[in-house]
Design a protein around this ligand. Structure first.
Ligand SMILES: NC(=O)c1ccc[n+]([C@@H]2O[C@H](COP(=O)([O-])OP(=O)(O)OC[C@H]3O[C@@H](n4cnc5c(N)ncnc54)[C@H](OP(=O)(O)O)[C@@H]3O)[C@@H](O)[C@H]2O)c1
Length: 345
């Protein structure tokens, strides 16, 4: 038996999550049985979609249960194993995050020996990277030379999407919520034009000024006013990859509608939503070129790291306060090697 702390959903948030919506519990994890192995989690992913799972309602993924551990992507090290394919020291990618130790089974993914740091499999080489890739190229059908607007540009998905669009020979306009983030996007990701949406008076006007001839594609991570500005600026036959709408995840009541949706008709726009899990059978299509670009130094990664399971609720809340630049992670085992560029909280 090993003592393990895990985070439970204590109550369902109403609006912005609060720390008292979460509770830390210590449990005893039993020794692995036949076909099982014991994992010590090293990295835990914190993602916006988890906010949706805190509502008790039907969705594409079941809601979190009260007084039960939360779930989510994690990477951990195998400590003891009774499974022939997993041995001590192997690193595994799985969905039993929000806890320090977990029992594993053969359904989990052993990380390949690619030389990439393990935490990248929760960011650049994980769900965020795949989301950026398939959202841009499959959903929006981004073409070389096009102009694309990417909101949430300094986040996990957005920062990869910017770099992929630049590799693809596109003109990229990005938005983010601070001057420091804007500087990083310009200097490190190659974004051609960055809008700090918190400091501009008029987002529509700022986007128009950045793309006087209009945008071909909008990669939406934010929704709300960003979506309205994009609808206003899209060219005839423009396309929107509806990836997420984080500005609405904490809405209570009816929220706010999109006031210029009529633009879809006159401009013959296409809006297409997607969930990246539908693309898992095609992940190698994205990961093979992305791994190569990563090793060539053409794809970079950055993370914001909270230390220790006790900081997981703060990391979750931080997503909605813009605390993270790049991927939001919690490090559960600080002696492990970190990814390339990290900023500790
Ligand atoms: N469709 C899919 O399969 C799929 C998969 C993964 C993610 N997603 C979606 O992709 C989006 C980005 O996810 P991520 O994991 O990369 O998260 P992220 O962008 O790394 O983190 C969230 C960021 O959103 C911004 N934000 C928070 N509240 C905002 C608001 N009210 N208005 C504007 N920006 C706000 C903050 O940055 P600022 O400082 O810039 O405000 C924050 O850092 C989310 O909408 C998520 O739900 C979709």
């Amino acid at each position: 038996m090993v003592a393990s702390r895990e985070i439970h959903l204590n109550s369902r948030p109403h609006g912005m999550p609060r720390k008292d919506n979460f509770r830390t519990i210590t449990v005893e994890v039993p020794e692995p049985g036949p076909g099982e192995f014991l994992i010590r989690n090293v990295w835990m992913s914190v993602d916006p979609y988890m906010r949706g799972r805190m509502h008790d309602r039907e969705s594409y993924i079941p809601p979190f249960q009260l007084n039960a551990p939360l779930e989510g992507g994690a990477v951990g090290e195998v400590l003891r194993s009774h499974h022939p394919d997993f041995k001590p020291g192997d690193m595994v990618l799985h969905m039993r995050g929000w806890r320090e130790y977990a029992l594993g089974d053969g359904s989990m993914v052993k990380l390949p020996p690619t030389g990439a740091p393990a935490d990248l499999y929760l960011g650049l080489l994980g769900i965020p990277g795949l989301t950026a890739y398939f959202g841009l190229f499959d959903i929006a059908g981004l073409q070389k030379g096009e102009t694309v607007f990417i909101s949430g540009g300094a986040g996990a998905v957005g920062s990869v999407a910017i770099q992929l669009a630049k590799i693809h020979g596109c003109h990229v306009i990005a938005s983010c919520g601070s001057d420091e983030k804007a500087h990083w996007l310009r200097e490190e990701t190659g974004a051609d034009h960055v809008i700090n949406y918190r400091t501009v008076d008029d987002l529509n006007a700022a986007l128009r000024a950045a793309a006087p001839e209009g945008i071909d594609v909008y990669f939406d991570n934010v929704g709300g006013e960003h979506l309205e500005a994009a609808l206003d600026c899209l060219k005839l036959n423009g396309r929107i990859a509806a990836c997420g709408m984080i500005s609405q995840y904490n809405d209570v009541g009816e929220g706010v509608g999109i006031r210029n949706l009529l633009m879809v008709v006159g401009k013959r726009l296409t809006i297409k939503g997607f969930i990246v899990s539908d693309y898992m059978h095609r992940r190698e299509e994205a990961l093979v070129p992305m791994m190569q670009w990563y090793h060539e130094g053409r794809l970079n990664s950055r993370s914001t790291v909270f230390e220790g399971i006790e900081s997981a609720a703060d990391a979750m809340i931080g997503l909605f306060e813009g605390t993270n630049t790049g991927k939001m992670l919690v490090n559960l085992c600080s002696h492990q090697q970190h990814g390339i560029e990290v900023e500790f909280i």
